[in-house]
Design a binder for this molecule. Structure first.
Ligand code: ZN
Length: 141
């Protein structure tokens, strides 16, 4: 990753992991909205009829408990406050979404390595998809 890529990844929209998740969810047959500005945290994917949202989090920027999520040993004074801030912002966002009646799922960048498990996770979270041949279901919300 060069520096500009790094910077993009910080507040990243349309990052590579995000695009991968979108395409996976789309292939599973779910339809969604992107970055709805009216929702806390502008979730990467939103499923308004289900009142569910998905965030795709980079392991480093959102301090995942995995290897890429480790805080670097060098420049700790620089990274620590930044990463803590991200984490508390994430917590606030999830709380606020819950208060407004939205269910949120966080997908970590490192989870993209196992697409089978990821597909299961997504399907479990979103529940049955509505078949296109039965539009009555779509309008029941
Ligand atoms: Zn991770």
């Amino acid at each position: 990753m060069d520096r500009s890529e790094n910077m993009r990844a910080i507040r990243g929209k349309n990052t590579k992991p995000e695009i991968e998740v979108r395409s996976l969810v789309h292939k599973l047959g779910y339809r969604f909205r992107l970055h709805r500005p009216d929702l806390p945290g502008k979730p990467d994917l939103a499923f308004p009829a289900r009142r569910k949202v998905i965030f795709v989090h980079g392991c480093f920027w959102h301090s995942h408990a995995c290897k890429p999520g480790l805080i670097p040993r060098s420049n700790r004074d620089f990274w620590l406050p930044k990463l803590r801030l991200n984490k508390s912002r994430d917590r606030r966002t999830l709380k606020q979404l819950a208060r407004e009646g939205w269910n949120a799922l966080v997908i970590w960048e490192c989870e993209l390595k196992d697409t089978r498990a990821l597909r299961q996770k997504v399907t479990r979270f979103l529940g049955r998809r509505r078949s296109a041949s039965n539009p009555a279901n779509e309008s029941s919300f």
